[in-house]
Design a protein around this ligand. Structure first.
Ligand code: CU
Ligand code: ZN
Length: 191
């Protein structure tokens, strides 16, 4: 990531210097990162969750493209001990406190009703509840089916640049349109 960001900054800097020379190939610096040259444009992403005022929920999550799904793995802390918390991909990658309403609704490009892991239909952004242990810590290890991080042709099911949101209450997997999971207590952009 850092290498890529730097590579993208370099051409901008040379523009400021009014140099008309062609920009260097921007992705070259990122190449030694992985072995495979034929990888999709992005196969992994990260989310750092920030908490709403009055909440101490934090989390670091890693997302990986895995076939027709994206895995989400990591740890969320500061949750209500022993409780389940609604957890979704939301449609706008913007986490503005205090209420994180800026993240919009659940990611739902297929225009399906809200649901859960056992529903016949669901929003593509509907993730099973995050389950906190007695210390308020949830280990996340889920496979979110039907989405991809980024597609080389651009696809409606891409979640790179969207937001992950954690809620105060459990998602009941039924109530429309958002599962009745209450306030948004943490939010992070998928990047
Ligand atoms: Cu949500
Ligand atoms: Zn939903």
């Amino acid at each position: 990531m850092k290498a890529l960001a730097l590579a993208l900054l370099i051409p901008a800097a040379s523009c400021l210097a009014a140099s008309p020379s062609p920009a260097p190939v921007p992705v070259a610096a990122d190449a030694p990162n992985t072995a495979a040259a034929a990888m999709p444009p992005r196969s992994a992403a990260k989310v750092v969750l920030i908490s709403a005022p009055g909440s101490s929920v934090k989390g670091d999550l890693t997302l990986n493209n895995e076939g027709t799904a994206v895995s989400i793995r990591g740890v969320i802390t500061g949750l209500e001990p022993g409780k389940e918390h609604g957890f979704h991909v939301h449609e706008v990658g913007q986490c503005s406190p205090p209420d994180f309403k800026s993240a919009g609704e659940h990611f739902n490009p297929t225009k399906d009703p809200h649901g859960g892991p056992r529903s016949s239909s669901r929003h593509l952004g509907d993730i099973p509840n995050a389950k906190a242990d007695e210390n308020g810590r949830a280990v996340i290890d889920v496979s979110l089916k039907g989405v991809t991080l980024v597609d080389k042709d651009g696809a409606p099911n891409e979640i790179l640049g969207k937001a992950l949101v954690v809620h105060a209450l459990p998602d009941d997997y039924q109530t429309q349109p958002s599962g009745g999971s209450g306030a948004r207590i943490a939010c992070g952009v998928i990047r």
